[in-house]
Design a protein around this ligand. Structure first.
Ligand code: NAD
Length: 511
């Protein structure tokens, strides 16, 4: 029995549909595991098409007949700000649940609520300050944009920092006036339940927010294929994104995809060595390495390569692996035994592809649970699987380079393009390298520090579309163009007296 188990858990986790916690229509449940023991600690309702149909109907009713989509932005913003306050007030409870359910070190789980709350505050501000375009054709026409929420949003989220990931979709979707059906990841359904009380306390109208738990292939699939769902915002693996992309096609849904990554950190010889070391250790070993923007490939200039590898390995050997509830743990338990097995397979593959300089096994003092030491492979060639494929655990590949061109070529030679990190004190080189990297985001002399106003998303296999700032609101909104004649109506009179080549209506017929 794990002492860290939150004491206030319900008998089982349920869907939330039309303002009520409900069991599955089928009565089916699935097991949720404690990642430190892999024992079942709670059951969760397992949704399928019947549950998704009910949830989408509730969201559709709230969209078509409820107050949310047409509410004044200021009024909606007030509710979003109340949501943020409610989220923040749950910081301790959320951290305890998130850490217990997903295996995140407790110190890193703390603060997730603050980030989630900020997402709501940010979009509350944005909708109040929002300006839409208007274009005047003097004396003739006025053309303007009528922004409308897109409709029912299907939100499908992954298991890494699940609550924060959910907030990143919920906040702009709700701010835009959409109603939503959330399908949380099946490995980590526990924290999603907190939204129920948060939204009810904040006064979100009934039916605007719904949850259907369950597996991707059943609940997620039914949501993606549902005719009454207008858009899908998905975060998860690239291969899942490809399936969803295809499944959205028949109903022509809008899609936003935030997918996998294999992000490079390029460390030039002239970089601040210690700062680069700290940042690249944190970048791949924080959040158990289960982070999409992890700096999981380190490309290091040859002249400092040996020194860097030695220093990196020394520090990695001292990274503290321990239970999620222990505040001294820097890495804790990976989320699920299936994922653990996948990561451990990569560690075995890595042993024949690179030189193991730290970690590579379960820590001796943690015989049970999904634990792995901070694992470092050096001299990894570009065609190695551990160089090319996303591992999503505390495993890093280090590769030397000789020239700037080679560094860029190595950075770009993977199917992903989510984030990149550049370390150099040469400002010209930093910008030029950043511009040539195929990724949605680049941090120069910095680890992953988010600015909510900037675009977030990947290129190539890492995603489709970019969210962040007003871009998120664009995704969840339709921009309808309204054209109004101001002066005389100029229409070429077909079927009347014939028309002349100088008729104004001929100048620009629309398509
Ligand atoms: P996953 O693709 O296995 O699952 C993500 C979600 O999709 C889950 O809720 C799952 O149930 C659902 N799903 C699975 N199959 C589905 C289907 N056929 N139809 C509809 N829904 C389906 O991903 P994961 O293992 O939960 O998360 C880890 C992945 O997420 C990593 O690849 C990581 O890089 C990526 N990620 C990306 C970002 C980003 O912003 N780019 C952020 C976090 C995580």
């Amino acid at each position: 029995m794990n002492d860290a188990k939150p004491t206030d858990l319900p008998d089982q986790l349920r869907h939330y549909i039309g303002g009520k916690l409900t069991d599955s229509v089928s009565g089916e449940t699935f097991d949720v595991l404690d990642p430190t023991t892999n024992e079942v600690y709670i059951k969760c309702a397992s949704g399928d098409k019947a549950d998704v149909d009910k949830a989408v109907a509730a969201a559709r009713e709230a969209f078509d007949s409820g107050p949310w989509p047409t509410m004044m932005p200021r009024e909606r913003a007030r509710i979003l700000n109340r949501i943020a306050d409610e989220v923040q007030a749950k910081n301790e409870e959320l951290a305890a649940r998130e850490s217990f359910d997903s295996g995140l070190p407790i110190r890193q789980a703390k603060g997730q609520a603050m980030r989630a709350a900020e997402n709501f505050r940010f979009f509350a501000d944005l909708i109040v300050a929002q300006i839409d375009d208007a274009f005047r054709m003097p004396g003739r026409q006025m053309n303007y944009v009528n922004r409308k929420p897109k409709g029912v949003a299907g939100l499908i989220t992954p298991w890494n920092t699940p609550f924060m990931q959910e907030s990143w979709k919920l906040a702009p979707a709700l701010a835009s006036g959409c109603t939503v059906v959330l399908k949380p990841a099946e490995f980590t359904p526990l924290s999603a339940e907190l939204w129920v009380e948060i939204f009810e306390n904040a006064g979100l109208p009934t039916g605007v927010f719904n949850i259907v738990h369950g597996f991707g292939e059943t609940a997620g699939d039914a949501l993606v294929k549902h005719e009454d769902v207008n858009l899908i915002s998905f975060t998860g693996e690239t291969t899942t994104g490809q399936i969803i992309f295809g499944n959205c096609a028949p109903t022509m849904k809008a899609m936003s995809m935030e997918l996998g990554g294999k992000s490079p950190a390029i460390i030039f010889a002239d970089a601040d060595f210690e700062a680069a070391l700290d940042s690249t250790l944190f970048g791949v070993f924080s959040l158990n390495g289960e982070r999409c923007t992890a700096s999981s490939r380190l490309l290091v200039e040859r002249s400092i390569y040996d020194k860097f590898v030695d220093a990196y390995a020394e520090r990695a050997k001292k990274v503290v692996v321990g239970p999620p509830s222990d505040p001294t743990s820097e890495i804790a338990a990976l989320v699920h035994p299936e994922h653990y097995e996948r990561v451990m397979n990569y560690v075995e593959v890595g042993k024949s592809e690179g030189r193991l300089v730290a970690g590579g096994k379960r820590p001796d003092h943690l015989p049970v649970g999904n634990y792995l030491e901070a694992t470092v492979f050096a001299d990894v060639p570009r065609d190695a699987r551990i160089f090319q494929e996303e591992i999503f655990g505390p495993v890093v590949a280090i590769t030397p380079f000789d020239t700037v061109e080679e560094a860029i070529d190595l950075a770009n030679d993977v199917k992903y393009g989510l984030a990149a990190y550049v370390w150099t004190n040469d400002i010209t080189k930093a910008h030029n390298v950043a511009h040539q990297i195929e990724s949605g985001m680049v941090w120069i002399n910095s680890h992953n520090v988010r600015d909510l106003r900037t675009p977030f998303g990947g290129v190539k296999g890492s995603g489709l579309g970019q969210e962040g700032g007003y871009r998120s609101l664009e995704f969840y909104s339709t921009q309808q163009a309204i054209h109004v004649t101001l002066g005389d109506v100029h229409t070429t009179r077909f079927g009347a007296t014939g028309y002349s080549d100088t008729d104004p209506g001929l100048a620009g017929p629309g398509c």
